[in-house]
Design a protein around this ligand. Structure first.
Ligand SMILES: [Fe+2]
Length: 237
């Protein structure tokens, strides 16, 4: 069975990220937005809608599908907000710093002095998203199609599994390649000696312990009521 065991994830992610080690921050951001963020925004909307149909068809025999809908809503809300924050706030700041680094004497706005702080906060959000993915894996038995499952549940789990892997890669790439480069830029430009030196070695902490559901619930206590159809990310860039 092709599962996502916590033990093997790190090696796969590291091997895949290696190819990006020489890329500039601007290239990494362009790649991340085009190849990770935009597909993810499309997929979470599709997955959420399909999950509702699957739950409608099968929840009487598989009651965990009801929990799956709730978990998807909370997880995707966190993920959507995160992607938007990176694109609207963090990435533009990194790009400004990269531009400034190429023209150290150019006039312009003062450089941001909080890249380190944003990187650390974003890394924590990545860990929260990784926790949510772990819960989704548990709820779906590592995306195992039930014996009585139909084509739709198979399609749903295939999509969830692909999104899971792509999100883990996206977060690992940012944590271990993009953010250390951004922090190095900030240090050079603003003499930020207070950046935590160990940050560059941080990878996703992929939890492998059992726990009770649902940690994301706590973080999203003020989330709006669950809509009939999850359109949160549709049409956004
Ligand atoms: Fe991210």
């Amino acid at each position: 069975m092709d599962t996502l065991p916590a033990k093997g994830i790190k090696d796969v992610l590291e091997a895949r990220s290696k190819a990006f080690a020489a890329w500039s921050p601007a290239e990494l951001i362009e790649y991340s937005v085009g190849n990770c963020h935009q597909p993810a925004k499309r997929e979470i909307s599709i997955i959420y809608d399909i999950a509702h149909v699957v739950a409608y068809r099968h929840a009487d025999r598989h009651p965990q599908l009801v929990k799956l809908i709730e978990t998807l809503f909370l997880s995707f809300d966190t993920l959507s907000r995160h992607l938007r924050m990176e694109e609207d706030s963090f990435f533009p700041i990194i790009l400004r710093a990269a531009k400034k680094a190429g023209r150290p004497d150019s006039p312009g706005k003062p450089l941001p002095d909080y890249i380190c702080e944003m990187a650390e906060t974003t890394r924590k959000t990545h860990d929260a998203i990784a926790n949510d993915l772990d819960i989704l894996r548990e709820l779906t038995g590592y995306y195992t199609i039930p014996g009585d499952g139909d084509f739709l549940i198979k399609y749903l789990f295939q999509k969830m599994k692909k999104l899971d892997r792509e999100m883990l890669f996206h977060m690992h790439l940012e944590n271990t390649v993009l953010f250390p480069k951004a922090i190095a830029l900030a240090r050079d430009l603003n003499r930020q000696d207070t950046c935590p030196s160990a940050f560059g070695n941080n990878v996703l902490s992929v939890p492998n312990h059992k726990r009770s559901f649902h940690p994301a619930k706590k973080e999203n206590v003020n989330s709006p009521a669950m809509p009939k159809s999850f359109k949160y990310a549709k049409g956004t860039n």
